[in-house]
Design a protein around this ligand. Structure first.
Ligand code: GDG
Length: 480
């Protein structure tokens, strides 16, 4: 679009590219590998889209620029914005509160004030680049006030919001000192998307309790002065992955060879158990280590040639937030103990990797794993579970999946577990290890069917179709 305004705009905390410094000191942009980027790329290209977000480095002024046919509009964040808005309110208030207070949320008024200020900055930047009547899609919990702010600035826009993490039950949500502002912030959108039916239900209940508005399944009526109520769609659109791309990656000879190499490097165990998570207290890594440690202690599993190993990739995350530092210490103490008690010179009980890896290595790990453990205590969706299934073109491997991850609503043929029930988790691990080939194949086939049919392109198409349906006939202004 020649006038610097765009008919489709995505807004997220981070831009889909990372600013990286080259060896010669110049800056370059690298596309971040996330599923969201892949999902939105075709829509962006077809509609001449723009993406508003932070470029990943504090305190730098960057002009908007084009990258891969997408207009990128950097929002400047200072070091103190990052401390108060991002590490504080987003990751130490909202994140623990929305994940069932697994960790204690911290409520600080200065964090909230900055969250509102930064949300306003995002809304203003977006309002400046959106064309008349444009479609705007806001992503995630960092930006819950943006939909309403944007509607006030630009009533002509069609606004969608997708919530990637859970929305908690009212009994928990109601702790939030700013609960009414956040509920109203989201209601500025025309379509609000959630991962699970339960999340959409929890949000509708919060709206009823706090604002007294009428809700029906999948929609909310927002009263308007002197006009009929505005109908907001609030329902479930479970996110997915780029299944075909992941399958192709896992099929490549390099990745297949690397998977075999991994097993050889691990000392040819009979069973490789795998966990892949950001190092986050919601992921249930402690519960997983406890169950595995007890199985070793009970003598129901052994470490050594032809026995079992647990590979745990814990990619570094939010390392400046106190709860994450504590979690890392705890996990590493436990891993050290397990290796000290059960490892041998040549074989570890747990191969623990606190590192991020290229996608190829992740695919090889999935292929090398007989059992995949997803033991989240609460998780919006959990894409790792879907990636494991997509990688397994050999129709082998067993997925052990927590009921508390959104993915369990779809991946019903996984071995579903309650991660708090350590005895049940131990039994499920043993059942996965000894599952007959026929049953593994039958389950994996059914899982693969689901992940193939419902990929990330279907997710974004479904959401955007509902968003476009908000417009009046013939693409006119939003119908009220
Ligand atoms: C949030 C919600 C929801 C991890 N380590 C490496 C790496 N990863 C990739 C995985 C996967 C992604 O990161 C993690 O996605 P998850 O869905 O498992 O979890 P969150 O990061 O917590 O994501 C979650 C999601 O948003 C989407 O809506 O499902 O519930 O919490 O793709 O593969 N990728 C690479 N190297 C790593 O070391 N390349």
């Amino acid at each position: 679009m020649g006038d610097g305004r765009y008919s489709f705009v995505v807004v997220s905390n981070r831009l889909p590219v990372d600013r990286v410094e080259e060896e010669d000191g110049t800056a370059a942009w690298r596309r971040s590998p996330g599923g969201l980027v892949t999902a939105l790329e075709p829509v962006m290209r077809a509609s001449g889209g723009a993406w508003v977000g932070w470029a990943g480095q504090p305190d730098i002024d960057l002009a908007p620029f084009d990258n891969d046919e997408v207009r990128l509009v950097p929002v400047k964040l200072s070091a103190s914005d990052l401390r108060l808005y991002y590490e504080g309110f987003s990751n130490d208030t909202i994140w623990p509160l929305y994940h069932d207070v697994i960790a204690q949320p911290t409520y600080r008024r200065v964090w909230w004030d900055r969250y509102a200020q930064v949300n306003r900055r995002f809304a203003e930047e977006t309002a400046a680049v959106a064309a008349e009547g444009a479609t705007v899609w806001v992503q995630d919990y960092h930006l819950q006030l943006v939909p309403r702010m944007l509607r006030e600035l630009r009533p002509d826009l069609v606004i969608g919001y997708f919530h990637h993490i859970p929305f908690p039950p009212y009994g928990i949500y109601s702790q939030l000192p700013w609960r009414t502002q956040i509920v109203q912030g989201l209601l500025g959108a025309d379509v609000i998307g959630f991962q699970r039916v339960a999340d959409a239900g929890n949000y509708a209940r919060a709206v009823r309790r706090l604002l007294g508005y009428r809700t029906a399944t999948g929609s909310i009526e927002v009263p308007q002065d002197g006009a009929p109520p505005r109908r907001v769609v609030a329902k479930t659109y479970p996110i997915s992955i780029d299944t075909a791309a992941f399958e192709e990656l896992a099929r490549s000879p390099e990745v297949q060879e690397r998977a075999q190499q991994i097993r050889r490097d691990l000392g040819n165990p009979a069973t490789v158990i795998l966990g892949v998570d950001r190092l986050d207290y919601t992921k249930g890594i402690r519960h997983r280590l406890k169950a595995y440690g007890e199985l070793l202690e009970d003598g129901r599993l052994q470490v050594g040639e032809g026995e079992t190993v647990l590979v745990q990739v814990a990619s570094p995350s939010r390392e400046r937030v106190e709860a994450y530092m504590q979690l890392r210490d705890e996990i590493e103490l436990t891993v050290g103990r397990l290796n000290g008690d059960f490892g041998t010179i040549s074989h570890q009980a747990v191969s623990y990797l606190h590192q991020g890896y290229p996608r190829e290595e992740m695919a090889a790990l999935y292929l090398a794993a007989d059992v995949m453990l997803v033991t989240a205590l609460r998780d919006g969706m959990n894409l790792v579970a879907k990636e494991y299934v997509a990688a397994r073109g050999d129709e082998d491997g067993v997925l052990v999946l927590s009921e508390f991850a959104g993915a369990s609503d779809e991946l019903r043929q996984a071995l579903l577990i309650n991660p708090h029930d350590i005895a049940g988790l131990k039994d499920a691990i043993l059942r996965a290890i000894s599952m007959p080939r026929d049953e593994r194949r039958r389950r994996m086939r059914a899982l693969r069917r689901r992940v193939r049919e419902y990929d990330v392109a279907r997710w974004s198409r479904g959401f955007l179709a509902d968003l476009e349906a908000v417009r009046g006939p013939a693409g006119g202004p939003p119908a009220s």
